[in-house]
Write a protein that binds this ligand. Structure first.
Ligand code: AMP
Ligand code: ZN
Length: 467
């Protein structure tokens, strides 16, 4: 298996250090607002990664943290007159509901930052004792980046930009702010008021965002991870600062492989809460878009390329997975196949596995799957009684769909079907309005072909599924 490593900027062979279990840390959501589809693009890329690792026969020990204390959460809590947990607990529930809807496999552990404060303090103490951290006049503790020689190696910062001694307290900042960053922030009145302050050797305060991940990664996975993953926006400062803290404290490489997924865009701009161009899982569900369609859409472009969310592409994905669903039903119901199906199946297994192992090339695996569906459908049309061919086809399909997971479920199928019917009925109405009866009739035929009967009434066209 090969993966692109952001640290070396190269595609490299990958295997877990101990040969059996992949220890993987994936930065999780900041739970102040339900995660949007941009966040879920990253979580789906990590789901794909997880499933492909298992396809290779390895076990996976995945940790996904829940950031339940940070600048944004505190600001939201103050605004709503709540404590941080009153804000984060309901949002965490929504996260898991949405995650399950999208069939994102459960990680082994979902640790919360607020439940690991002692582990964070221990790291800061270690950094203090090694001379890599200091308490400033504002009572907060900062990491001294100039004393850590590897600073900037992940994000390839031009070291001349580094402003040693200058400090930045915000959790999130940009590349112009290459300064000493906060490990432990002295408590402010709003922190106390929202329940976001703890005792420490440096007085009351709270952890910086980056420290959370270093502490929870060490607690659950040890000093050196096999894989650390997240979205590209985390490379700097978040992951750069995690490396500084973890390697500064543990004196061991923090992660062997750094994997970053590209952005989901809407109308060419990064989907982000602060931009306001976000779409959530709930919205998709109410529009009858199935989880299978979302997964197909996200996997139709390689994870290291940007992907634009457009209504047409979700519609195309809904149509594509309907074909997969129809095929799955047909394959399950078939009583026999052909000998040819064995070699068609072998070809799918080989090309899809190669694609997955080639830096998670899901679009290529999808292409192989659709080619397989086309060919097997033709074999089934011909009819046959070969049992081995049928079994091989079923197994190959299950293997590839076990990674992609793009067969719509029954209720989803209905939702996807009804959005398709509505779309066809609109097209038919438009055709009739321009007196193009040939097209209108063709659409009626199309609907009939899918078992949909329609009836024109004074209130409009009614439809129902008759078979
Ligand atoms: P956050 O909740 O902001 O901490 O983000 C959770 C994860 O979503 C991180 O791995 C981010 O890199 C990722 N992320 C945020 N916005 C996007 C986006 N528009 N497209 C893809 N991933 C994103
Ligand atoms: Zn993190």
């Amino acid at each position: 298996m090969q993966l692109y490593n952001t640290l070396t900027r190269r595609v490299e062979p990958f295997a877990p250090a101990d040969g059996t279990t992949v220890r993987m840390y994936t930065c999780g959501p900041t739970v102040y607002n339900p995660a949007h589809l941009g966040n879920f693009r990253t979580f789906l890329f990590e789901d794909l990664l997880r499933r492909v690792l298992r396809l290779n026969g390895w076990k996976v020990e995945q940790v996904m943290n829940l950031t339940d204390v940070d600048d944004k959460i505190i600001a939201r809590s103050v605004q709503q007159g709540k404590t941080i947990s009153e804000v984060t607990v309901p949002v965490t529930e929504i996260f898991h509901r949405d995650r399950e809807f999208l069939r994102i496999e459960k990680a082994e552990v979902y640790p919360k930052a607020t439940e690991h404060i002692p582990e964070m303090i221990a790291i800061v103490e270690k950094l203090m004792s090694r001379g890599l951290a200091y308490q400033a006049e504002d009572a907060s503790v900062y990491f001294a980046i100039a004393r850590f020689p590897g600073y900037g190696k992940l994000s390839r910062l031009d070291t001349r930009q580094i402003r040693a001694g200058a400090r930045v307290a915000a959790d999130d900042y940009n590349k112009e702010d290459v300064r000493d960053f906060a490990l432990w922030k002295a408590a402010k009145p709003e922190d106390e008021q929202t329940g976001a302050a703890w005792d420490s050797p440096w007085g009351r305060g709270r952890p910086g965002w980056h420290l959370e991940c270093s502490a929870m990664a060490k607690r659950y996975l040890g000093d050196t991870l096999d894989i650390h993953a997240g979205g590209v926006d985390l490379i700097f400062p978040h992951h750069e600062d995690e490396i500084a803290q973890s390697e500064g404290a543990n004196e061991k490489p923090f992660a062997r492989m750094w994997c970053h997924g590209e952005f989901l865009l809407t109308d060419g701009a990064k989907m982000a809460k602060r931009v306001g161009n976000v779409a959530g899982v709930e919205e998709l569900r109410t529009h009858g878009i199935s989880a299978a369609a979302v997964r197909h859409f996200m996997f139709s472009v390689h994870y290291r390329k940007q992907l634009n969310l457009a209504e047409e592409s979700l519609e195309a994905s809904s149509n594509a997975v309907r074909r997969v669903g129809d095929f799955a039903e047909r394959l399950a119901a078939a009583s026999g196949g052909t000998e040819n199906m064995s070699s068609i199946a072998a070809e799918l297994v080989e090309s899809a596995t190669d694609a997955f192992n080639d830096d998670l090339n899901a679009p290529e695996a999808l292409a192989a799957l659709f080619e397989f569906i086309r060919m097997v459908n033709a074999e089934l049309d011909a009819g046959g009684t070969d049992q081995k061919g049928l079994d091989d086809a079923r197994q190959a399909f299950a293997l590839v769909n076990g990674v992609l997971d793009i067969v719509p479920g029954e209720p989803e199928l209905d939702a996807a079907l009804s959005s398709w019917v509505e779309e066809r009925l609109t097209a038919r109405r438009e055709a009739r309005a321009r007196r193009d009866f040939a097209v209108a009739d063709a659409i009626r035929g199309e609907l009939d072909g899918r078992g949909i009967a329609i009836e024109d009434t004074p209130q409009g066209t009614r439809w129902k599924k008759v078979r």
